[in-house]
Design a protein around this ligand. Structure first.
Ligand code: ZN
Length: 374
């Protein structure tokens, strides 16, 4: 059964963990506009070069009953994982074709997300409140500056929320979230480990500003962050990279081939290095989940292939017996909440609303308003 915003908003405490799915980045801009397309419409056959399409079709034909449109639509993340598996096959020819295809597919996905992100990065000329377009993310980031023990976990690859955290640092008491995320990345790189502080941010399925090398003959092949500086710093638009001046992505510093964005969709086809990177990030996410008394899922559809997230959530629930409220905010929240409740074995509330109308209603209840568009 669906509940009102008030029921969810009433459960927001100083220890709230937000879990963001594709629907959150789709609806991060505010009233009447959309931003990053949801996965099923993110990419289609027209977005891929014809040689990549034919390679993908050749790979698909003997191994999968699914059509190309399904493979690039709803099943895009599974397709990336499947190509990751084929890329490490013993058959050299097959592995090499799959690897090339994987590289091109990720490049096309990254291009589509970056292009769609431009709308969220633009200033909209508001005179009060948030000056960038991704208002719902700016709202969340500014609330994190007030409630520094809030945590945010995202399954999205885009960097719009990262950007919002960066901007808020200049306006309010800096929230610890972005620094905590950079520390997590640095710790992985250095092999060190500090106890996390409550309140933080983690990207569970990779990010467009992190990279790996997909050249199969490279010593750093599919080893996340192997090619980044030992100590990362933030800079406008992403992490500082080892690269040629003016080269946005930078080449791999081991083999010179251009790097590929680190997209880590769920699935079993990871290299040991990829698994160890994901374990490192999931350890941090588990801490945030364990120590939060309210979980609010925004725009997350609980797809059946998201086994890693389901495992993480169940682990958090069974390892820390604390009284916890869990809610789903999405237009089709009741069916999502029912699925999630079954997976977690606990009650899950549903607020059938978009991210935008939820933020509006929470602001109505707790105070605040949106700027007007110039
Ligand atoms: Zn390389």
């Amino acid at each position: 059964m669906s509940q009102s915003t008030a029921a969810t908003a009433g459960s927001i405490t100083t220890r709230t963990c937000w879990i963001l799915g594709a629907g959150a980045s789709f609806d991060c801009i505010g009233p009447g506009r959309t931003c990053i397309p949801v996965t099923r419409s993110l990419i289609n056959r027209n977005a891929l070069p014809s040689d990549v399409l034919s390679r993908l079709e050749q790979l698909l034909a003997p191994t999968s009953p699914d059509s190309l449109d399904e493979t690039l639509g709803d099943q895009l993340e599974q397709t990336i994982d499947w190509l990751m598996g084929l890329s490490t096959e013993g058959d050299e020819g097959l592995a090499s074709r799959a690897s090339e295809c994987l590289r091109e597919l990720i490049a096309s996905v990254a291009y589509a997300v970056r292009t769609a992100s431009i709308g969220g990065h633009a200033r909209h000329g508001g005179t009060v409140g948030f000056s960038y377009a991704a208002e719902n993310y700016f709202w969340l980031a500014s609330m994190c500056a007030v409630y520094q023990e809030w945590s945010v976990l995202t399954l999205n690859w885009d960097c719009l929320l990262d950007r919002a955290f960066e901007e808020i640092q200049g306006i309010r008491r800096p929230p610890p979230h972005l620094d905590g995320w950079i520390r997590c990345i640095n710790e992985y790189k250095l092999g060190s480990h500090e106890a996390p502080t409550l309140g933080g941010y983690a990207k569970l399925h990779g990010s467009l500003d992190l990279f790996f090398c997909l050249n199969r003959s490279c010593a750093a092949y599919r080893s996340p962050l192997a090619n980044l500086r030992p100590k990362l710093r933030r800079r406008e638009g992403g992490f500082e990279m080892f690269g040629l001046p003016g080269d946005k992505h930078g080449p791999c510093n081991k083999c010179g081939v251009p790097l590929t964005e680190l997209l880590m969709p769920p699935g079993k086809n990871k290299t040991p290095q990829e698994s160890s990177f994901l374990e490192h990030v999931h350890r941090l996410a588990l801490y945030y989940l364990q120590h939060s008394s309210t979980w609010i899922f925004v725009g997350y559809s609980v797809p059946s292939y998201d086994i890693d997230v389901a495992h993480l959530l169940r682990q958090a629930i069974t390892s820390m017996a604390i009284e916890r409220s869990i809610f789903v905010v999405a237009p089709d929240a009741p069916s999502i909440a029912a699925r999630l409740s079954k997976i977690l074995g606990v009650q899950v509330g549903a607020t059938a609303e978009t991210f935008t109308s939820f933020v509006d209603n929470v602001m109505r209840i707790h105070g605040g308003s949106r700027p007007g568009w110039a």
